[in-house]
Ligand binder design. Structure first.
Ligand code: COA
Length: 286
């Protein structure tokens, strides 16, 4: 675990693994959240039952990761101000949960997330996945800053499933190659044909390409992109005519991923793009 962090006013922040004795402190943390934050964390606007919190506190017993952040006051009182957890998923990735007390926001979220990623990497979990409400801008900003791709979008509630690597600049494909892999690069990381493509049996990851504020695109930084290199096809929907980043991406694909079939799309988004993609792809794995 990291060394204690000195805070203003003689206070100290420590981070340690969660334990069974943390149930009451976790409940206090969740009680301190406004309804919006409770909904963002639990997808319901009320506290989860105590049994769920006890389960969280027992993360280590199941082989999952759970961390808590505490502020130690000069008078000896201790307050739990954050929690970060990662449950091991069947695909070998980790499923993220993260909460920071409103009074401690501003830097603790990215700090706890970085520690959780280090722990996940040490356990051999390549990526972290999470369902995030589409209006949860602070959480989306954290995911974007770590170099995310999107795995799916849902409505009612409106969520996006994000994935980012525990150590590297971009996530990796899930293990096994049971479905044809399509990497789509489009600003905003939402592709108009993704649902159709998934319904057609393709595994689709959508990345925001190099135009976002948090660009972590390895290709533009002069290195191969592991997602593009291991894809069966790339759809590049980043306009090369209006941005230098779009041109750099195209050059990088030619230089590093020349063997991966590529479809250039718009803007505007093209009708019939899925048919063109299916023609370009190799036959499905048997
Ligand atoms: C998500 C959460 C853990 C983030 O922790 P935090 O300490 O607030 O993190 P920060 O204050 O550093 O904010 C994270 C990023 O969001 C940005 N941000 C904050 N509020 C924002 C807003 N309203 N719109 C857009 N971006 C926003 C910050 O600028 C920062 O990005 P930057 O590092 O590029 O500047 C915290 O807000 C929280 O506990 N939310 C409620 C529970 C939750 O949503 N959990 C995640 C469930 S998946």
């Amino acid at each position: 675990m990291p060394a204690p962090v000195a805070l203003a006013g003689g206070r100290t922040l420590t981070v340690r693994p969660v334990s069974a004795g943390d149930v009451e402190a976790l409940l206090s943390l969740y009680r301190s959240l406004p309804e919006t934050d409770l909904y963002r964390r639990f997808f319901q606007a009320h506290l989860p039952p105590r049994t769920s919190i006890e389960r969280m506190a027992g993360a280590a017993l199941r082989g999952d990761i759970g961390l808590v952040a505490e502020v130690h006051e000069p008078d000896g009182t201790v307050r739990l101000v954050g929690e970060a957890a990662c449950a091991v998923l069947p695909d070998g990735d980790g499923e993220l949960a993260l909460t920071v007390a409103p009074s401690a926001r501003g830097w603790l979220g990215p700090y706890l997330l970085a520690l959780l990623c280090d722990e996940a990497a040490a356990r051999g979990l390549p990526n972290i996945e999470a369902d995030v409400l589409q209006d949860n801008h602070p959480m989306l900003a954290l995911a974007q800053a770590r170099g995310y791709a999107t795995m799916d979008h849902s409505e009612c509630p409106s969520t996006v499933r994000v994935v980012f690597n525990s150590v590297g600049r971009v996530p990796t494909w899930p293990p096994g190659h049971d479905r044809r892999r399509v990497l789509v690069e489009v600003p905003g990381a939402r592709w108009h044909a993704e649902a159709e493509a998934r319904a057609a049996g393709l595994r689709v990851l959508v990345c925001p390409g190099p135009t976002s504020r948090w660009c972590r695109c390895p290709a533009v930084a002069g290195r191969p992109c592991p997602l593009a290199a291991a894809a069966d096809a790339v759809v590049d929907a980043v306009d090369p005519d209006t941005s230098e980043a779009g041109r750099a991406l195209l050059r990088a694909h030619h230089e590093f991923h020349a063997r991966t079939p590529m479809l250039l799309e718009g803007p505007p988004a093209a009708a019939g793009v899925l048919d063109r993609l299916l023609e370009l792809l190799p036959p499905p794995p048997r």
